[in-house]
Design a protein around this ligand. Structure first.
Ligand code: 13P
Ligand code: SF4
Length: 312
């Protein structure tokens, strides 16, 4: 089927079935363009929690769709492909994390939203890249804190909050791929540029960065800052919104160690979602996120604590 026909069919079905389509900034640009809302992990969770539409079609990765289901359990939540995983979520299994927790029985557990529903049930607070510093700062200084599963985000939060965290050893394969030397060379070639990095990046990239923030925060910064050229250390999907919002600025994706066609970093998990799969998912209303009530009820508590803290 030609692309235009697939898009028209998606729009028709979406209306007929009263579906909210959510998409993360790392989705393919055609998917971003047909979504009702494009955002970062935090904004997408809030949208999912608040919607009154019958079905949520989540164009992102599995943990994001699961989070939407936990926050709005009476809605049907579908995602285009259940293979849309995440290296951070898969680095942290229930059994291993439970054993890790047992080594630090008095620690408060702050978990990055990039984890499974089971891991959320073991957590006191969930955070996203946009609020991790705020969440950790809200915990009394005399408490030990476990921070999982992203050790790079954890190291960044540790530095910002000036307190030690007990870190789980997980990483995002997309953000750890940036080459320090290549980013530095690019900056030396563009001395008037600014380096903008996501906090899932390694410390040597963050140390070079002029601005560090979630995908939404990065976009907001580049929209309001008056620099003309940016070197952007996050997944290349973000460039689509930036090209629409700030077409007059020069956007250079930060290069990775390995050579690839675009020399940028792409999340293969995010990119398993295609327009064809979105259409099939809308037609058949599968794959659907199914979770038991007990898991959802337990996993919702640390998510709600995050949302409450972010309101203030
Ligand atoms: P944010 O959406 O919080 O910027 O996180 C990026 C990411 O890697 C999501 O998987
Ligand atoms: Fe996971 Fe990294 Fe892909 Fe985000 S970009 S879904 S953190 S692997």
């Amino acid at each position: 089927m030609p692309k235009e026909q697939i898009i028209a069919e998606i729009k028709k079905l979406k209306k007929e079935k009263n579906v909210l389509i959510l998409a993360h900034y790392y989705q393919d640009k055609d998917i971003q363009d047909l979504a009702d809302f494009v955002g970062d992990s935090y904004n997408l969770s809030v949208k999912a929690a608040e919607t009154s539409q019958d079905i949520i079609l989540f164009c992102g990765v599995h943990f994001m769709a699961e989070t939407a289901k936990i926050l709005n359990p009476n809605k049907k939540v579908i995602l285009p492909d259940t293979n849309a995983g995440c290296s951070l979520a898969s680095s942290c299994t229930y059994e291993e994390f439970n054993a890790f927790k047992a080594l630090h029985p008095n620690a408060v557990v702050v978990t990055y939203i990039n984890c499974t529903a089971d891991i959320k049930t073991l957590s006191d607070y969930i955070c996203t890249s946009s609020n991790a510093v705020k969440i950790v700062n809200s915990i009394p200084l005399d408490k030990d804190i476990i921070f999982a599963p992203d050790k790079n985000l954890g190291a960044y939060v540790q530095k910002e909050c000036n307190r030690p965290l007990i870190l789980w050893n997980g990483t995002c394969i997309v953000h750890e791929a940036f080459s320090f030397q290549k980013v530095l060379n690019l900056y030396l070639e563009n001395p008037n540029s600014k380096i903008i990095a996501h906090p899932e990046s390694e410390a040597h990239i963050l140390e070079m960065a002029h601005f560090i923030g979630s995908t939404s925060a990065m976009i907001q910064f580049m929209k309001t800052d008056n620099t003309k050229t940016y070197i952007i250390a996050t997944e290349a999907g973000i460039l689509h919104q930036l090209e629409k919002e700030i077409p007059h600025k020069k956007l250079i994706p930060a290069p990775i160690h390995e050579e690839n066609t675009c020399a940028c970093s792409e999340c293969a998990f995010m990119k398993v979602n295609t327009l064809e799969k979105v259409l099939n998912c809308l037609k058949n209303e599968v794959p659907e996120i199914i979770l038991d009530k007990e898991t959802m009820d337990k996993a919702r508590l640390p998510l709600q604590r995050m949302i409450e803290l972010c309101k203030s």
